[in-house]
Design a protein around this ligand. Structure first.
Ligand code: SF4
Ligand code: SF4
Length: 96
C-alpha cells in the first residue's frame, strides 16, 4: 500500500495552506491549528515574541493540549506534518 509523503512545515511551504480548517475540525484538543502554524512559522523566522499569546496555560485549545493523535496530519490535503509542528510549539512555549 502506498503511503502519503508527509511534508515538514516550513514558513515557505505554509504559504500553500488552503485554510480549509480540515485539520482543526478533527482536533480533539480544539486547537486553532492554522493560527498555531502561523505562530510556528514566525518562530522559525526568529520572532519568539509570537509565542506570547500561547503562554497562558489556563486557556484551552493551546499546543500543550495536543495528544499527538495525528488526525490533523491525516486530514490535511497538503500532507503537512502538523502534529510535529504543534508538538514543537508546545515545547517552545514551555521553555520561555
Ligand atoms: S495531533 Fe494534536 S493538534 Fe493534531 S489533531 Fe491530534 S490533538 Fe490536535
Ligand atoms: S488541513 Fe492543511 S491545508 Fe487545511 S487549513 Fe489545515 S494545514 Fe492548512
Amino acid at each position: 500500500m502506498r503511503t502519503k509523503a508527509i511534508a515538514p512545515i516550513l514558513a515557505d511551504n505554509l504559504a500553500g495552506c488552503e485554510r480549509c480548517q480540515k485539520c482543526a475540525a478533527q482536533c480533539p484538543g480544539h486547537i486553532n491549528i492554522p493560527a498555531m502554524l502561523a505562530i510556528f512559522c514566525q518562530c522559525q523566522n526568529g520572532d519568539r515574541s509570537a509565542l506570547l499569546p500561547i503562554k497562558d496555560f489556563n486557556k484551552h485549545g493551546l499546543p500543550i493540549d495536543c495528544i499527538e493523535c495525528g488526525a490533523c496530519t491525516a486530514h490535511c490535503p497538503k500532507h503537512f506534518d502538523i502534529r510535529a509542528a504543534i508538538k514543537e510549539l508546545a515545547m517552545q512555549s514551555m521553555q520561555e
